[in-house]
Structures are given as C-alpha cells and as structure tokens.
Design a binder for this molecule. Structure first.
Ligand SMILES: NC(=O)c1ccc[n+]([C@@H]2O[C@H](COP(=O)([O-])OP(=O)(O)OC[C@H]3O[C@@H](n4cnc5c(N)ncnc54)[C@H](O)[C@@H]3O)[C@@H](O)[C@H]2O)c1
Length: 311
C-alpha cells in the first residue's frame, strides 16, 4: 500500500519513534480526517504540536483527545486558528508559534478541499478557491516558515498532496490542477534548497483515505459542498495512511505514494505508459460520471465490485 521506497523505509528505515521526538510540529487542517489523526499519532511521539484550521472548537476537541491519549501536557499543544486562504494572517501566525515554542521543526501542509463537479457546470470561482486554498495557502505558509528553517539550517516541509497530483480523474479538474501545481512548485523549491541539506521537502501523495474530504468537497458553486461523506469502506484507514506519512517524515523521503491498488497501480502505469493510462482513466471515468449524473456517490457505487471482493 505504498511505493517501493516507502515500503523499504517501513521495513528497514528509521522509526518515527526514534526520529520525531522532541520536535515542534505545525499541522494545518488538524480539525478533521488525516490532520486530526496526525495530531493523535504525533502526540504519542512526544512532540510539541501546533494545531491549525479555521474552527477553534474542533481544534480544542482534537487537543483534548491528544491529551487524553498521549503523553503531552496542555502547554505542549497550541491551538492556533488559521484560514489558509487568508494569506495576510500567515506571518503573524508564524510569529505566534515561534514565540510559543522558539522553533518549527516540521510544517505539515495538510489543510485542503476536494471537488465533485464537471468542468462545464462549474463556476470559475470554484477554480480560484481551490487554487487559493490548496496551492497558494500552502505556498504562503511555507514562505513564512522557510526563513526560520534557513536560519537554523534545518527543518522538514511536508506537503499532503494526492495521487490526484500525479494522475487525474474526472469530477475533480480544479482539485487535480491545484495538487499538480503543488507538486511542481515543491519539486522546484527542493532543488533550490539543495545548499541546505538539513531542510527537506516531502511530497506525500495518498490515494483514497477515510476522512471528511468528500463531505467537504466543493461542487459547482463555492458555497455548495457535497455534504455527504458517502461510502468510505473501500478507502484506506486514516491510521494506516498517517503511520506511513510519519515513516516518510522520519526517513526524509522526497515523494511517497500511499495507496491500495488499483489506484497505486494506476500511478505506476501512468509513469511508464501515459497514453494507455489516460485511455483506462477515460473508460473508468465514464462510469464515474454516469454515477455522479444519476445522483449516486460517484466513488462508492463505482467501487462496489471492489468492495464485494474485499468482503
Ligand atoms: N482523504 C483522501 O482521500 C485524500 C487523498 C489524497 C489527499 N488528501 C489530502 O489530505 C488533506 C487532508 O484532507 P482530509 O482527507 O483529511 O479531508 P478533511 O476534509 O477531513 O480535512 C481537511 C482539513 O482541512 C481544513 N481546511 C479546509 N479549508 C481550510 C481553510 N480555508 N483554512 C484552513 N484549513 C482548512 C479542514 O478544516 C480540515 O481540518 C487535503 O490536503 C487533501 O487534499 C486526502
């Protein structure tokens, strides 16, 4: 359920329990899904945590659960409300973290939103929103934190990208574009930082993972979300995805693919036979669009045969 380098790192590499202790880790999108689970698993490693998202009460809930389940004390977790699209607030937020903990070892750029709509039906505002949030929000926060990492000549920048940043699927053109943009940007930034070997850039690309991503996905209009999480039984467990993310961070892997098949296979195939892969995506995607148009959950109804096989 991961690319070969990641699987090797899980087998033979450095353990998160050895490598990630005593660090200050800032997680965006920590109020739900992958970010929330990251908070729980990180809190067991004894790091200092900064939890960011827009809803303070949800972040407080996550903080309480971290304190119940981990070894941290209240002072080790900072709840810092942050809207990724409000880029003018990012500098001040970074200062608050530095004042509180004195350093930032790991920035996990996780906050984001997906999409479920056909391009022809979708307002341009949706495309602006997805680029503002998923791409520019991440770039902006990284721009605020990076000078501090350069000063210390160390730090880990983690981007929660997606397999949709490598291959694309119908009904998510704007989401795929924002994730492809992140991959292009951070591969370039990594190369710019080559004179700082202590600063690493990890591009993490999960396939489908259990979370609220579909429920929160934007549709034809920015103000309209899907509202229903759909059937998540065929997706990877959040805890497994996050464990593999921590292994990636502990081993400073530059890019990882975290997914079950057939999604992982599609990513591999896409590297070797792009034309064939896009033909297959077109064939499979046709059914996905039909499901969506008839009001069904595009994914779960599509993956029913797969689920039955698992059962
Ligand atoms: N779940 C999947 O299948 C999957 C697959 C690949 C990649 N991802 C990526 O994982 C990341 C986390 O998503 P998730 O699956 O946990 O979904 P989720 O909807 O459960 O969580 C998204 C988080 O981002 C936050 N967020 C949304 N808009 C924000 C804003 N304007 N400012 C600050 N925070 C904001 C939400 O509050 C929430 O905490 C996203 O970047 C997503 O693209 C998810």
């Amino acid at each position: 359920d991961g690319d070969l380098t990641l699987m090797w790192a899980e087998w033979q590499g450095r353990r998160p329990e050895w490598e990630l202790t005593d660090m200050v880790v800032w997680v965006t999108g920590a109020s739900s899904g992958i970010g929330e689970e990251l908070a729980y698993q990180l809190s067991k490693l004894g790091v200092s945590l900064v939890l960011s998202a827009r809803r303070v009460e949800e972040l407080e809930r996550v903080k309480r659960k971290c304190l119940e389940n981990g070894s941290l004390k209240g002072k080790d977790i900072l709840v810092l409300p942050l809207d990724l699209t409000n880029t003018s607030s990012h500098e001040a937020a970074t200062k608050v973290v530095l004042q509180e903990f004195g350093k930032i070892d790991i920035l996990v750029n996780n906050g984001g939103r997906s999409q479920r709509s056909l391009f022809v039906d979708t307002s341009l505002d949706v495309y602006k929103e997805l680029i503002d949030l998923n791409y520019l929000g991440t770039v902006s926060l990284t721009k605020c934190v990076l000078p501090h990492m350069i000063e210390r000549k160390q730090g880990k920048i983690v981007i929660v990208n997606s397999l949709m940043g490598i291959i694309s699927a119908p009904l998510a053109t704007g989401y795929c574009a924002s994730k492809h943009a992140l991959r292009g940007f951070f591969n370039g930034l990594r190369a710019e930082l080559v004179t700082y070997p202590g600063i690493t850039v990890s591009n993490i690309c999960p396939g489908p993972v259990q979370s609220n991503i579909v429920k929160n996905a934007v549709t034809e209009e920015v103000t309209k979300s899907v509202g229903n999480p759909g059937d998540q039984s065929y997706k990877m467990a959040t805890s497994r995805c996050v464990r593999l993310m921590l292994i990636s961070m502990a081993n400073d892997l530059k890019e990882v693919w975290i997914s079950d098949h057939p999604f992982l296979l599609a990513a591999y195939l896409g590297q070797y036979m792009p034309t064939l892969t896009f033909w297959i995506i077109g064939k499979l995607g046709k059914k996905r669009i039909e499901n969506f148009k008839s009001g069904l959950d595009a994914d779960s109804s599509y993956f029913k045969p797969l689920k039955k096989k698992h059962d």
